[in-house]
Design a protein around this ligand. Sequence first.
Ligand SMILES: [Zn+2]
Length: 493
Amino acid sequence: MIKLRRKPFHTVAISLLLLVSSSALAARAQTPSLDEHQRLLFDIYKELVETNTSESGGETTVAAERMAARLRAAGFPAEDVQVFVHPDNAKKGNLVARLHGTGARKPLLLLAHLDVVEAKKEDWSPDLDPFKLTEREGFYYGRGSVDDKAMAAIFVANLIRYKKEGFRPDRDIVVALTADEEGGGFNGASWLVRNKRELLDAEFGFNEGGGGRERKGKALFNGVQASEKFSRNFTLEVKNKGGHSSLPVKDNAIYTLAEGLTRLSQFDFPVNLNEVTRAYFERMSSVETGQTAADMRALVASGGKDAAAAARLSETALYNSMMRTTCVATRVEAGHANNALPQTARANVNCRILPQESPADVEAALVRVLADPKISVKRMVPSRAREEGQDEAAASARPPAGRQTSPLDPKIIGEIERVTRELWPGVPVVPMMGTGATDSQPFRQAGIPMYGVSGLFTDIDDVRTHGKDERIAARRLYEGQEFLYRLVKSLSK
Ligand SMILES: [Zn+2]
């Protein structure tokens, strides 16, 4: 059922439901009765999920145009609803829409990406189609049903709702729906920051990357992503003169590389907490229990120096990745024939670097750990540096320019906490550092603090984004809608 409806009709509906047969009840549970705002969201959400925006089979331009048409139909003037298409690729459309405020404060930006990760029908359960929104047993299934079309649809539906209400915010509310967050050669968010900065300028913004976590339907915490790691690849290479495989010698490129990788596998970068991860472990110690909770408290109290606590926490991949930079071998390639000694052995090592550390330091650590001059280590140029025409050598050595972390501003975090308490009493707000990457990065770099916050709760033990049968509980979608509706409104009046 939809928890948020507070109309008297709701209680009547529940009592009636209790009277009908169980099969009818099941059918009703699949199609919750929606109020007008939820119905509008559902229609937009369905339209977005059913517009294929994957790189191979779809395009974001159609989705951007469809959202633009809805906004114009709701009374937004054409000049406030613009679709920007990449000059070289008409499929990569981005939407920027604006609800004008009084201008007393700088705008608030609401960012979501329109593109989705590839999904093949044959990889999903036979009764589901990734590009058809399917409602089943209280869940909505479809590619993008969480990542990121839930937020995109909510932003559009809420903007229309504000407009209908005649809400005049004290700042402009800007919605940007973008291309190529998941991959592809044209990152819409970064393109907009570079080319349409004046349209997107904001005091701060909300994006994906945070969100609520639940376990067995019970809300655990509402996450706010305020920072993220950045990704860099390193190529390890060993060269050898090779020879006939019938006359092997001890000096072998594959063995040399493998021994180096084994040393890397046994190495951990030092624990290095920052403002966001300190707050994360502090808050999570109230969500976790027993030894894990105690370890989190000890970790924070010792400034990351409690080695025993850190070692136990490191057994959980997420906690490990939150505490330190990580580097892992992701690909290897070696040899040229089955009957020849290898002349080349190469590995890609993918590092997720803490925002307060630099690629040059990570490279130095890799050289030290590999501990063999025969293994060369080369920093790869980050793809965005090329796209942005930066000096590649310099870009590969240093962290991304500008701010990597949004301040935990009490005016914003406090409001997120207040609305969270209204909707989910007792559920803590937890600041997070993303271990992956989102489109918040180019905005933070450009001086616009971004917060990954959605109020959309998903199962902590059943992560389906980017995978099979992506889904969200229907009631959680509408709770997220209400959360963002209240949060954005209270921060702009
Ligand atoms: Zn996403």
